[in-house]
Design a protein around this ligand. Structure first.
Ligand code: 5AD
Ligand code: SF4
Length: 436
């Protein structure tokens, strides 16, 4: 019996989908890329912006026909929009068999057992040997939920308060992913660097400790993490990043706005000055670090002056790349009660912000032409630098290898380069890591 999994939204959802996939595989199901072959179809939804939710709902609507073709098929809706609109989904789409909200992902195995036990599917369960994902780069969830209450954000409502996985569990998952072929581990959480947990060292284990311990797992060549909150980017964390060779020189650090009054209304708990000082510290500790960000334009009350402050911050911060989001009203959040913005103004600001960021990102990429980087090959001839630039590589390189690559072209978002110098099969295994 096969399952098809469709994921909307962020990396957290991608990791949840991987986790649900592992539960299904442990029960003998195998993944398929073709919905027509599937007996169980999962849609893992996102609700962070209205657009993401609308797309998932129209897909769920279309599944009515998919199910009608073979009525024994199962439709399972999971994730953040499922948490927010469980009742609506059940009433509006009677062809949906199971709704599992984002807060219940950790119970997914037990919940799905109930569904599969009904055995009303067309086929018998063939208890196949679980397949393992042969992924060079894997996610490991270390915490769930968010204790912040950014006034625009629905996440704390649909994912709940923070909870942290025990460090032993995190390390066991890292070892599992490595044994399945992973060389690079991305630690995941909504505010990933707020991680802490009772430790054996007579004090809390914090995110800095976790970075070091995950890096020390045999076979781990690279460690990344998303998404950190600027408030928890402490000196300890920066120091752990700089002194742990496996931790890559790249950071996605959402700023959201460059205006202090807006940051205050958003309840972000930092100022533009604090944020920019943080970038200086990071660059001093890790020269060459690539930094990316998230920005929201059109937040209620964002004046022209506020917006100019955001543009100025983007210039000052010299981001490598970033996501610019149009503000989307999320029912139930504090900002939803504030006077919203004309849509065309949001569009205009979005365009202007995107153009600026694209231009800065292009200059950054151009400056890479002629430089050498260690590229970890992920699949085909595509890999990533430690700074998280995607590179199409010409030359002798196989998935899982780390090769020295000279960048030859940077017109497009994906860089091009060729293998330069001798091929190394995992620099780390050889006892050293070559840094950029
Ligand atoms: N509208 C627009 N963007 C949002 N984000 C979160 N909530 C909203 C919203 N209501 C953006 C933030 C966050 C990213 C994951 O999504 O920039 O960092
Ligand atoms: Fe949302 Fe803010 Fe929590 Fe991020 S830190 S998930 S933006 S509430």
């Amino acid at each position: 019996m096969k399952y098809y999994l469709r994921t909307y939204g962020c990396q957290m959802n991608v990791a949840d989908s991987d986790e649900m996939g592992r539960h299904l595989q442990a029960r003998g199901l195998t993944p398929t890329e073709d919905p027509e072959e599937a007996s169980v179809l999962l849609v893992n939804t996102c609700t962070v912006r209205q657009h993401a939710e609308d797309r998932a709902f129209s897909e769920i609507g279309r599944l009515k026909k998919w199910k009608a073709r073979q009525p024994g098929r199962k439709v399972v809706i999971t994730g953040c929009a499922a948490e927010r609109t469980k009742e609506y989904l059940e009433n509006r789409f009677p062809h949906v068999d199971l709704v599992v909200g984002a807060k219940s992902i950790e119970d997914f195995g037990r919940i799905v057992d109930g569904l599969l036990d009904r055995r009303s599917t067309d086929e018998d369960l063939e208890y196949a040997i679980p397949t393992s994902d042969d992924k060079v780069s894997a996610f490991v969830t270390i915490m769930r939920g968010c204790n912040y209450s950014c006034t625009y954000c629905i996440v704390p409502y649909v994912r709940g308060r923070e909870s942290y996985h025990p460090i032993e569990q995190v390390l066991a998952e890292v070892r599992d992913r490595v044994s399945e072929g992973a060389r690079e581990i991305t630690l995941l959480g909504q505010t990933v660097n707020s991680y802490h947990r009772d430790g054996s060292k007579g004090r809390d284990t914090d995110f800095a400790d976790l970075l070091q311990e995950a890096s020390a797992v045999d076979g781990v060549e690279r460690v990344r993490f998303i998404s950190p909150h600027p408030y928890y980017m402490t000196d300890r964390v920066i120091d752990a990043m700089a002194t742990t060779p496996q931790v890559c020189e790249s950071l996605h650090l959402p700023v959201q706005s460059g205006s202090n009054p807006i940051l205050k209304k958003m309840l972000r708990n930092y100022t533009r000055e604090h944020y920019l000082a943080l970038l200086e510290k990071l660059r001093a500790a890790m020269p060459g670090i690539a930094i990316s960000t998230d920005v929201i334009v059109g937040f209620p009350g964002e004046s022209d002056a506020d917006f100019r402050e955001t543009l100025a911050l983007i210039r000052e911060a010299r981001f490598d790349w970033g996501f610019i989001f149009k503000y989307s009203t999320r029912e139930g959040t504090p900002a939803a009660a504030w006077e919203s913005f004309p849509q065309e103004r949001i569009e205009e600001r979005h365009q202007e912000c995107l153009a600026l960021l694209d231009c800065l990102a292009f200059d950054k990429r151009q400056a890479l032409v002629g430089t050498d980087h260690d590229v970890l090959i992920e699949s085909g001839n595509f890999g990533r630098t430690r700074t998280n630039y995607k590179v199409q590589v010409e030359g002798d390189a196989a998935s899982g290898d780390t090769v020295k690559v000279r960048i030859t072209d940077a017109q497009r978002v994906t860089l091009s380069g060729h293998v330069h110098g001798s091929r190394q099969t995992s620099g780390y295994m050889d006892g050293h890591v070559i840094r950029n």
